[in-house]
Design a protein around this ligand. Structure first.
Ligand code: FES
Length: 65
């Protein structure tokens, strides 16, 4: 249950203090990164011993090992 995620940013993203909780993506496949957009639901069926790559356009998982 690992994911390969491609990052292209070269600096941080500033998150200003909010009045309500914000959810930061920890799975790496959010289309609204760094914020969670619910895409993590696609990770539920992952095999713990495998590594996956997610297509950024379709959101489909590709098992790579
Ligand atoms: S934790 Fe990554 S989309 Fe929710």
């Amino acid at each position: 249950m690992a994911r390969l995620v491609k990052f292209e940013a070269t600096g941080p993203i500033k998150i200003e203090p909010q009045d309500k909780p914000i959810f930061v993506c920890a799975c790496g496949i959010s289309r609204k990164f760094p914020f969670c957009d619910g895409s993590h639901k696609s990770c539920k069926g992952e095999d713990p011993e495998s590594t996956y790559r997610y297509d950024p356009d379709t959101g489909e998982a590709v098992r790579i090992d």
